[in-house]
Design a protein around this ligand. Sequence first.
Ligand code: SOE
Length: 397
Amino acid sequence: MSDQVGFVTMAGPKAQGHAPEIGVGMLGYAFMGKAHSNAFKKLPYMMYPPVAVPKLVAICGRDEQATRAAAERYGYQRYYTDWRALLDDDAVQLFDNGGPNDTHAEPCIVAAHKGKHILCEKPLARTAQEAAGMLEAVTKAGVKHAVAFNYRFVPAIRLARELIEQGRLGQIYHYRAVYLQEWIMPHYKMGYIWRVDKRIAGSGALGDLGAHIIDLARFLVGEPRRVSAATQTFIPERRDGSGAMKKVDVDDAFVATVEFENGALGSVEATRFAAGRKNFNSFEVNGEKGSLHFNMERLNELEVFWVGEEPKETQGFHQINVSESYHPWCSNWWPQGHIIGWEHTFVHEINHLLDAIVNDKPVAPYGADFVDGYRNAVICDAIAQSALDGRRVEVKY
Ligand code: SOE
């Protein structure tokens, strides 16, 4: 009998099922453009069978040469240098805003008015007021909306949320989080970049890194009621592209206390001046029945301590390797112990949004939507206000 040879149409993962295609328009081709494009391409064959198949319709950026190169590199059908043209493209059904913070509001509002679903990088906006306008637009438009607080999609952090949700920690007493990086310290000789320009970024470490651990505070513990904070700018001016020295008008670091509505007491700290810390996003939750500890630089591990664990002589923190098939998302990847990385959180996050779009599900509470983005902005504003006034500031949504 002749060898049976089967032929599969080169439609890719969609050939296996009836997953609809969703046209993607990506604003931004740098770090987040790369992370998101990688996720769109990997998603259909790893989150398999896919709930939807992202179609890379177009990518947009100011620099035509760089944008064209990104379109070719990632496989976008076309490219634009004007986000308005990108949003006029009817093949774009999902607008993914990976641009700098000052290009979050207007494009997202226009995308909502055009009925496009939206994924916007964090922080949602530079201020709570700007975030409120974005939330109003997506709510009125009835489109699905998500903010890329990707750390909610680390398996170990989702496991922490599930353990807390199940009451395994009992009453929560503390949330203690730091997000430490080093990449704008003097030895990096970093000039006046957009992330230190209040007009573009809105804030410094607060909105860039603090936003993540503030989002996780809400995701794991609950709503903050009051904050008290201090900020510092260690390098007061930096050389801009013209060679002139320019005043830095954002925080290089902040430290804040957080009083939660449920009585828990917390602290959050972020800096880009922690020498040796590369992407040290770490938290600990202390509860009545135990504690959880996580460190992003060891993202496949969750350290746990359970009160009353027997036998007493072996009590102590122990480490869970969060890579078993029964751990969140891990069955999509590899056998236990064959760990995943930072990039995979974007695959989980975007898959969650596509599922919400295709099956009309809510993005929250496991994904962050524009309500989460707005509340995050309110808390960041309160922290900045407290540091300015030197007093505790109530968090009011
Ligand atoms: C830079 O600080 C940065 O890229 C943040 O903007 C990201 O949100 C974080 O995940 C990694 O560091």
